[in-house]
Design a protein around this ligand. Structure first.
Ligand SMILES: Cc1cc2nc3c(=O)[nH]c(=O)nc-3n(C[C@H](O)[C@H](O)[C@H](O)COP(=O)(O)OP(=O)(O)OC[C@H]3O[C@@H](n4cnc5c(N)ncnc54)[C@H](O)[C@@H]3O)c2cc1C
Length: 474
């Protein structure tokens, strides 16, 4: 549930000079433009505040460390002086996870962008602030791919991916970021560098990497990661199908997932979203379109093509065109910035659920969104699949009625969707994480005991609560 995230702690102007002395004035800024830029991420609600002229929480200072020593110094300083510290990657998080609601220090991590390939052990050693697209292009030039293509590839960082448990469009083959992570370096309070080396597998006590996946800056400042890489795919095959309904399309995809085939991309659009991505296929109107992309070794993907065609034998095969169109347009996302100034709020909610409840949950969520007064659009696609189930990505948009505000409308939709997902036993987030937006529903979804343990871990690692204070409700 959203409340205006105005700064919740008094200003600390004295820390600016102290930090300049510590790491050098060139790496420290309290310029108002910087403070405003780092006061929000891509959470649509922070844009509504900026449009209204009411600022989200301003930090006291932004720091730009250049090496692990700088990070350690700043973490020590924050710890010793009880100053909140917020880490900022690309700022593309969509739930307010990087909003510095208690002020203090924002640490921009983008100067950590060194990239080194180990082409024998097949991993890349990369700074946590490296930009996704720059990393992928670097790998491509050397004949490799990471296989991680979130739609925010151009604006997100490695550290952000790990801290939100991000997933890319080619996830069926390459997995989510958790499947790629081999090792890491992270600075934890009160200012120590924790290193986990990139071995293919280790059974040496608890796998501490897991602590930092989807920890949203609560447990440490990630400075480096070791991620698996793959040879650049030899060949791609583009396919598409039109099924009579969502149930049939999902049945076909489940068959593929159980076969052991691993298409890189599978995207199933509901009847409304099919109108957009299959607009060039007349027979797709009123039906459910699926795009499939196979990539990798030629012999392997020819065999996968046979499996995919078999699974979609009752659907209409519609060729390469929809997949080509999707490949060309998949990074085009300007709806939010286009419509918000007009008072229309558009947002997305991703959740996951087992196959047995998939259709029921899809229907209930769409109905829940439509039942909120002011809703103009509600549709969905499924684009991440597992042998056990599916991630649905819902898109909604609306104009608040005369009686309510954008915030009321937005809160009502989120409440209706979150409670529907919890009722069905699904996960309230599949890859965007929690941030400030979903904080109220975490305990319900995780369970009381798990949430209590999570808070105890936070207390144990960061006993003064300096890191990302207020995020996820802790
Ligand atoms: C248009 C658009 C499309 C998107 N598509 C996808 C998608 O396809 N898949 C997907 O998974 N997500 C997607 N997202 C969401 C977002 O891009 C991801 O959550 C991404 O992983 C955030 O990375 P970032 O570098 O921008 O992190 P930020 O927004 O800067 O930070 C996110 C969180 O991580 C913490 N953090 C960041 N870096 C560090 C670090 N080095 N150490 C400790 N904590 C850190 C921050 O404090 C914050 O809590 C999309 C967002 C947008 C705006």
């Amino acid at each position: 549930m959203v409340k205006e995230v105005m700064r919740k702690a008094p200003k600390r102007p004295e820390i600016v000079e102290e930090l300049k002395k510590l790491i050098g004035s060139r790496k420290v800024s309290n310029n108002l433009t910087d403070l405003i830029s780092y006061s929000h991420d891509y959470w649509p609600i922070t844009f509504t505040w900026l449009l209204n002229g009411s600022l989200p929480a301003l930090p006291d200072v932004v720091v730009f460390p250049e090496d692990a020593r700088d990070v350690i110094q700043v973490v020590k300083f924050a710890y010793n002086n009880d100053v909140p510290l917020y880490v900022y990657g690309g700022g593309s998080g969509v739930l307010g996870g990087a909003v510095p609601e208690y002020g203090g220090i924002v640490m921009d991590i983008k100067k950590f962008r060194e990239i080194k390939i180990n082409d024998i052990d097949m991993y890349v050693e990369v700074g946590a602030g490296a930009n996704g697209m720059i990393l992928e292009e670097f790998l491509n030039r050397h004949g490799f791919t990471l296989g991680h293509f979130p739609q925010s590839l151009y604006t997100s960082t490695v550290g952000g991916w790990i801290n939100t448990k991000a997933i890319g469009q080619f996830s069926v083959k390459y997995g989510g970021i958790e499947d790629m992570l081999l090792g890491l370096e992270v600075v934890i309070p009160p200012g120590e560098l924790l290193e986990i080396k990139p071995n293919p597998r280790a059974a040496v006590g608890l796998d501490l990497k897991q602590l930092f996946i989807e920890s949203e800056g609560l447990f440490g400042v990630l400075t480096k990661a070791y991620l698996k890489i793959w040879p650049y795919p030899e060949k791609r095959i583009l396919l598409s199908y039109v099924s009579d309904n969502l149930e049939d399309a999902l049945k076909s995809v489940r068959e593929i997932m159980l076969s052991g085939a691993k298409p890189a991309v599978i995207r199933v659009y509901d009847k409304i979203e099919t109108l957009k991505w299959f607009h060039m296929i007349k027979k797709a109107k009123g039906k459910v379109g699926t795009i499939i992309i196979l990539e990798g070794d030629e012999d392997l993907i020819e065999a996968e093509k046979i499996i995919v065609n078999k699974a979609f034998k009752n659907a209409l095969s519609t060729g390469e065109e929809p997949a080509k169109y999707w490949l060309e347009n998949r990074f085009n996302v300007k709806e939010i910035s286009d419509y918000l100034p007009l008072g229309i709020i558009i947002d997305t909610i991703e959740i996951s659920v087992g196959w047995s409840k998939a259709i029921e949950l899809y229907n209930d969520v769409i109905n829940a969104i439509r039942s909120v007064d002011g809703t103009l659009i509600a549709f969905a696609h499924a684009s991440h699949f597992y042998p056990q189930g599916v991630c649905f990505y819902f898109i909604f948009g609306g104009l608040p009625s005369n009686k309510s505000s954008v915030l009321d409308y937005y809160n009502d939709v989120w409440e209706s969707v979150m409670s529907t997902v919890i009722k069905h036993g699904g996960a309230i987030s599949h890859h965007h994480g929690i941030g400030r937006m979903r904080a109220n529903w975490v305990e319900k979804n995780m369970g009381k005991v798990a949430y209590h343990l999570f808070k105890k871990l936070k207390q144990c690692i960061d006993d003064k609560g300096i890191l990302n204070r207020g995020n996820m409700g802790v």
